[in-house]
Design a protein around this ligand. Structure first.
Ligand code: GLA
Length: 676
């Protein structure tokens, strides 16, 4: 039988939460693109939205071409009609600023707003998002439209939130044009003050790259050999900032004309779109929202979904957030687009609510009949209202309505998993010891192991306050500031458990190696010192003397102030340390110098979470996720058999009183008020 052990994360004596979202309860929503349909369909749309329990729609994301059909000529008549219908129907509007896709008249007049890729190829119109965020020309046209939108709809009672552009940086996270080159130089001058400081930071003594003026600096375009890594890293930082800057410019117009109405833009936290540093973006949002689609290119798509949700909560500073877009079934942009089986829509949606979402939105209301996304699922499929998919959507609407009281409740976790986009960008650059090592890989593996144990992790920035946690996992934090190791030392000294994995603490913020032995910043914390890395050939594995298996990475590791927990039994370094532990006052600091397989990762996570008193399932079961959100226990069963989990209280999805345990059918979920 399962029991929840530990107390820290599962206490029920905390304040009632208040939702930060401007919608009611746990709201169901979607993108609504009425311009793709004749007017006669719109009233039916609203009626069907009411039937499905849709509480909000995102309106106008791709409407620029029809709202401003000719430069400076605005046509809001049709849009007013849609806004009016939605308002009469009681549907709240998340109003987009409509700047995500410039119309052909703009790019025809001003081809200089078009982005350019690393190889120097222009990205032409005919799709969407063909603009450079730093382009002053684009900015002027975009802000003129935002001003019009804000003036016209800024105090409309149906408009509850503003949605700047759409997925800023999607498709074109970086732009290598001359326009961005100029903006990059301004950004660099601001960062470094003078060009000597840039030369020092970029290590330009290497390969004769010394600059005499900022005017000589370019974005890292295609080069004969490996480009300067700090130039690459700074260009990644600049690019994220350029998109954020565009967000701020639109937001400031909205705030002027529509005071008090919250502003958001939808983050892309999934790992195939990893170009924005959302820890810096979060504080600029009134509401944090993200888009997330199950990515079946992953071996474990649901685990990645959970990770992204926990990371989104991290960017929101732990507050509730909005899942702006997801899919009711298949997408259209993966090699094979997998359909959701009955029940999956509910479980996937509740996974997001369990991890802090106060609203569940979808792309899009009605499946398009034309255009590049016509085979993307929607709330109303091509088959229409009389379809299993629409009935399932209606069921989801009812389920979200039934758990409305969850809104605003905090997710509290005993584990912090440290994450840093800058570190990941730098880690994944070329010419490293192993091209097979990917920074996010370790984060995903440790997060998945913790999730399977029923232990919830906050995914937070390395310089966050760690005092509320029992266990801190530091997966492949290649780059970090000098502040991280002392904070971890203090956390351990206060009784916490720290676990650091391979290729962490290697470089400083300029991507310069920390000398004296690896893992640089964490040598003293961990009581270890490695002189060389010994990455393993693809497919090779090593065995540890505790029976575990690992691959990818080993190090010539010595201990200076730590006990050896496990050694290699074979491979290139037999008999040398693979896993170590240093006692730090009341706490401990562990080092894992190799990539453990899932069984060995889970075994170590099991030991650490128990030792640290982390709230978790005592006996995990396959396919089951258990998350405590405030006074509510979410039990999600993705497995093939019914599961029984200890709980007492009231099940909100129709189960009624729960005494002692709750049983959850396969492809189903339970939400128990009271929980244990
Ligand atoms: C994102 C975009 C939408 C749509 C979907 C497709 O969420 O914001 O416009 O393209 O992807 O999955």
């Amino acid at each position: 039988m399962c029991v929840l052990v530990g107390t820290c994360g599962y206490s029920s004596d905390r304040d009632e939460g208040t939702s930060v979202l401007p919608f009611d309860g746990i709201s169901l929503g979607c993108d609504y693109n009425p311009e793709q349909w004749p007017r006669s369909v719109w009233p039916e749309d609203v009626a069907l939205m009411q039937e499905a329990g849709v509480g909000f729609v995102t309106l106008g994301v791709f409407s620029w071409g029809l709202l401003e059909p000719r430069p400076g000529e605005f046509d809001f008549g049709w849009f007013d009609e849609v806004v009016g219908l939605l308002h009469e129907g009681g549907i709240a509007i998340d109003m987009a600023t409509a700047t995500a896709a410039p119309p052909p008249w703009l790019t025809h007049r001003h081809p200089e707003v078009l982005p350019v890729d690393r190889e120097g190829r222009t990205l032409w119109p005919g799709s969407r998002q063909s603009f450079i965020p730093s382009s002053p020309v684009f900015r002027e046209y975009a802000l003129r439209l935002v001003e019009q939108m804000a003036q016209r709809y800024g105090s409309h009672p149906a408009v509850r939130m503003w949605h700047v552009s759409n997925e800023l940086g999607c498709h074109i996270g970086k732009d290598w044009s001359d326009v961005s080159a100029a903006a990059f130089r301004v950004w660099l001058a601001d960062r470094y003050g003078d060009v000597d400081a840039l030369n020092e930071a970029w290590g330009t003594a290497f390969w004769s790259q010394h600059y005499t003026s900022f005017d000589e600096v370019l974005p890292p375009r295609i080069t004969p050999a490996v480009p300067n890594p700090t130039q690459e890293l700074d260009f990644a930082r600049f690019s994220s900032d350029a998109w954020l800057d565009h967000y701020r410019a639109e937001r400031d117009v909205l705030r002027r004309h529509s005071p008090g109405v919250p502003v958001t833009t939808n983050f892309m936290v999934a790992d195939h779109q990893y170009e924005q540093d959302y820890f810096g973006w979060g504080p600029e949002m009134d509401v944090v929202s993200q888009d997330h689609y199950l990515d079946h290119r992953h071996a474990h798509p649901h685990a990645e979904q959970s990770f992204a949700a926990d990371l989104t909560r991290g960017t929101a500073g732990g507050r509730p957030w909005l899942l702006m877009e997801s899919a009711t079934s298949a997408v259209n942009w993966q090699p094979v687009n997998i359909t959701k089986l009955p029940g999956e829509l509910l479980v996937d949606s509740l996974r997001q609510v369990a991890r802090g979402a106060d609203g569940i939105g979808f792309f899009q209301w009605r499946a398009s009949k034309a255009g590049g996304e016509k085979f993307h699922s929607a709330l109303v499929p091509h088959a229409g209202r009389d379809s299993a998919r629409f009935r399932e959507v209606v069921g989801l609407g009812a389920a979200l309505a039934a758990i409305g009281e969850v809104a605003g409740e905090p997710v509290r976790a005993d584990v912090a998993l440290l994450h840093d986009w800058e570190s990941h960008w730098a880690c994944d650059l070329d010419s490293h010891p192993s091209g097979e090592l990917r920074a996010l890989d370790a984060a995903h593996r440790w997060h998945r192991a913790l999730t399977e144990l029923g232990a919830t992790a906050d995914v937070v920035h390395p310089e966050s306050d760690l005092s509320a946690y029992r266990l801190v996992v530091v997966p492949t934090l290649y780059l970090c500031s000098d502040r991280v190791a002392p904070a971890l030392e203090a956390f351990a000294a206060a009784g916490g458990t720290v676990l650091v994995t391979y290729f962490s603490g290697i470089v400083d913020g300029h991507d310069h190696v920390r000398l004296g032995g690896y893992p640089g910043a964490f040598r003293d914390l961990l009581g270890v010192r490695a002189e060389e890395f010994t990455p393993l050939p693809v497919g090779a594995t090593v065995t540890l003397d505790d029976g575990g298996t690992a691959d990818l990475w080993t190090e010539v590791l010595g201990v200076t102030d730590a006990e050896v927990v496990a050694r290699y039994a074979d491979g290139p370094l037999p008999g040398t340390p693979a896993v170590t532990r240093r006692a730090v006052s009341a706490g401990s600091a562990w080092y894992v110098a190799t990539r453990l397989d899932h069984a060995a990762t889970t075994a170590l996570a099991d030991r650490l979470t128990r030792d640290a008193g982390v709230a978790r399932l005592d006996e995990p079961q396959e396919g089951v996720e258990v998350v405590r959100r405030g006074h509510f226990l979410f039990v999600l069963n993705r497995g093939e058999r019914p599961v029984t989990v200890p709980a007492t209280g009231t099940e909100l999805l129709g189960g009624g009183a729960v005494t002692g345990s709750v049983t959850v059918a396969p492809a189903s979920a339970a939400v128990v008020r009271g929980g244990r």
